[in-house]
Design a protein around this ligand. Structure first.
Ligand SMILES: [Zn+2]
Length: 138
């Protein structure tokens, strides 16, 4: 099993969470929740910190609030043609926080800590899947 299409570059060859990519392709933001302790994860995790839980898939609303952000002017080689770009950390209403790039539809001067956002699965040219932060009402 592997992530064939997730991300601008390929990060990992093997995963127990292959369905994540398929969910993104259908527009769903899916996380996982531990049936034992209730901890919710995004990106999804196959194992919980409590080490005893059965993990189940849960669909997240995508609604989140911006906690912090940073604009990058230098980047790793795979992202050198993307700069400058802005990354945000946003907390889902279901609890977990996500690190994700902002959609280009949001200008840097519009970005404010505490603003309402939505995490949206996005298909890149070539069929690769990412997720990005967009305005809550877009
Ligand atoms: Zn747990």
């Amino acid at each position: 099993m592997n992530f064939a299409k997730f991300g601008k570059i390929s990060y990992v060859a093997e995963t127990k969470l292959q369905e994540f990519e398929k969910h993104l392709e259908t527009g769903k933001v899916m996380g996982t929740r531990c049936k034992s302790c209730g901890q919710t994860y995004f990106p999804p995790r196959a194992d919980c910190n409590c080490l005893k839980g059965d993990i189940e898939w849960i669909e997240l609303s995508g609604k989140c609030k911006l906690m912090t952000f940073s604009t990058l002017y230098f980047a790793p080689a795979s992202f050198r043609y993307e700069v400058p770009y802005t990354l945000g950390v946003a907390q889902f209403e279901e609890g977990p926080a996500v690190l994700a790039p902002f959609s280009k539809e949001i200008k840097e001067n519009e970005i404010k800590v505490g603003m309402s956002l939505r995490l949206v699965p996005t298909e890149l040219i070539g069929g690769r899947m990412i997720y990005e932060l967009r305005k809550a009402d877009s």
